[in-house]
Design a protein around this ligand. Structure first.
Ligand code: ADP
Ligand code: MG
Length: 541
């Protein structure tokens, strides 16, 4: 075929397709405009999954009547004053494209009024052409209504309505959580599905979106960091979790971001704490100076590059882990003394805020060499001895409480693959801090000389295997500690002494101890008193 230059109408449609991929993109762009206009209240109405209509109204600064038409021209914006501003974007929008793209794909009507204007101005557009101009009545702010999206592209209208609705909910949730001082409302086909009060409290917005029950299971952290990058947020404690990743909300300077190394680091830090396939609800706010955040990476503006990404990556997993980490297992001196099981178990010094004091469990015995049976206020506890011990060991190692360093009888020479060596060298202090002594011995070779006393007795080959298996990605440290704890923990099928059982039970019952093993398996199962009474058909005392 000979070369030809595409007509501008087709160029516009191609470009518009990059910005507007579906109704949820329309909602996203209009919500961003409302927030950039300084709105304190944003209402979103969606009909027919957004293919019928989307309406977003705000109480922001409004668009001057004389500029209303130009706002729909391509690359027309009030948000960049000079080319240099692209390097320090402070608004959510800056490309001056969204309204033009939406007008190229749908029928649009806008009503807007600025402070002090005598009336609101109204404009209707069809296929990017203005079809109507008139005055209208409304208070300060802007309402944009988008009808019949993709009307000229029947194949693109075949979107799944429910999926589009779900994406819209996800978009509005993300902005409402990134801007807790703004009041948000979302209605689907006239049904209210989300509403926040704009109180400014992140925990408040979270409770309004996810319900008070979940909010009461959240733990806050930060702000941490310095003037280069700051991180703060909320994360749910196990067992409060959801089946998908889409409740991990990360925003950078108020912009919800989709895929990002930050999200990956967050996921890696949470993996050992939550069951497989389950994720917490987490809201993370990252703040960094505008000149250190590049937002000009894609037409959808939902990816950013942080100049201080490494700093943020170093802060985030630690912050989240600290928030979730329960106090270390506490044992009385008498119990800890003379035990072979975990000789170096430390004395109780609960870290962080004391959680509710729990009534101790009384040990009944061991079942099948695998389960500890104990009585508690709720009924019969059946505890997996391996997982309970594994969890306690993992927490000790992670809390840098694995005891003094002890030398290996023979230093372990570790030969790694190049990418594994890079991972290890990227954070050289991590293993040292936990009580390992490691020397660089060649490009991909390391010499391990000392280990935390808790690992004394572990075969060097087991340590080597655990290190090699763990070093895949940023989550290697948790994986390593999980695998070491698993190797050290008492096996299923081993008869335990009463003293050993008492120790495991006390660690399991320690204030705030997690209820899942480091790999996400449940540690215990409670047979409630009511169930026992019902099964045996006897009255409950
Ligand atoms: P951008 O947001 O990148 O500037 P848009 O096409 O989304 O581009 O909007 C174009 C311009 O229209 C904005 O720069 C702003 O001046 C104006 N505008 C759009 N929506 C609103 C709104 N809700 N309130 C006030 N001004 C708005
Ligand atoms: Mg915009």
């Amino acid at each position: 075929m000979p070369l030809w230059t595409l007509p501008s109408s087709l160029v516009e449609r191609i470009a518009a397709g990059e910005v507007i991929q579906g109704p949820a993109s329309v909602v996203k762009e209009l919500v961003e405009n409302a927030l950039d206009a300084g709105a304190s209240s944003v209402c979103v109405w969606v009909w027919g999954g957004g293919l019928e209509a989307v309406q977003v109204s705000d109480d922001g600064c409004g668009i001057p009547a004389a500029e209303l038409e130009r706002a729909f021209h391509h690359f027309t914006t009030s948000k960049l004053a000079s080319p240099d501003d692209l390097g320090r974007v402070t608004t959510l929008g800056f490309r001056g494209e969204a309204l033009a793209c939406i007008a190229a794909l749908a029928d649009v009507e806008v009503v807007s009024r600025t402070e002090g204007a005598l009336a609101a101005a109204q404009l209707a557009l069809r296929c990017s052409e203005v079809t109507e101009r008139r005055q209208a009545a409304r208070s300060r702010g802007t309402t944009v209504t988008v009808r019949r999206l993709f009307q000229d592209e029947p194949e693109r209208r075949r979107l799944d309505r429910r999926r589009e609705e779900a994406k819209t909910v996800q978009v509005v949730r993300g902005y409402a959580l990134a801007h807790p001082h703004v009041r948000f409302e979302l209605h689907l086909d006239g049904r209210p599905v989300l509403s926040t009060s704009g109180s400014g409290s992140l925990a408040g917005a979270l409770a309004e979106i996810y319900g008070p029950h979940l909010a009461s299971n959240m733990t806050a952290f930060g702000p941490l960091g310095d003037d280069r990058v700051q991180v703060r947020g909320l994360v749910s404690r196990p067992p409060a979790s959801r089946p998908g990743r889409h409740h991990l909300h990360v925003s950078v300077n108020g912009r919800p971001v989709g895929s990002s190394p930050l999200l990956e680091a967050l996921e890696a830090a949470l993996r050992p704490v939550f069951p497989k396939g389950r994720f917490p609800v987490a809201v993370i706010h990252v703040l960094s100076p505008p000149w250190a955040v590049d937002v000009n990476l894609s037409p959808t503006k939902d990816r950013v590059h942080l100049l201080f990404e490494q700093e943020a990556l170093a802060l985030l997993p630690e912050a989240v882990r600290d928030a979730l980490r329960a106090g270390p297992p506490s044992l009385s001196r008498e119990r800890a003394r003379g035990l072979a099981l975990v000789a170096s178990w430390p004395q109780a010094t609960p870290a962080g805020p004391p959680p509710q004091p729990e009534q101790p469990l009384s040990l009944l015995g061991q079942l099948m060499g695998t389960f500890l049976l104990a009585e508690g206020p709720e009924g019969l506890y059946v505890i997996d001895q391996h997982r309970a011990h594994e969890r306690a060991l993992y927490d000790l190692l992670l809390a840098r409480r694995g005891g003094d360093r002890v030398p290996l009888t023979e230093p372990l020479l570790l030969e790694l693959r190049p990418h594994q060596a890079v991972l290890l060298q990227r954070s050289p202090g991590l293993l040292e801090e936990l009580g390992f002594s490691l020397e660089v011995f060649g490009p991909y070779h390391f010499l391990v000389r000392e280990v935390p006393a808790l690992l004394d007795g572990l075969e060097a080959s087991a340590l080597e295997e655990a290190l090699r298996d763990a070093l895949h990605d940023e989550g290697w440290l948790e994986r390593l500690l999980g695998s070491l704890a698993c190797r050290l923990a008492v096996r299923r099928g081993r008869a335990l002494t009463e003293e050993e059982m008492g120790q495991i039970l006390a660690a399991y019952r320690a204030p705030g101890a997690p209820v899942l093993c480091p790999h996400g398996g449940p540690i215990a199962f409670v047979v409630g008193k009511e169930l026992l009474a019902r099964q045996l058909d006897i009255p409950l005392r």
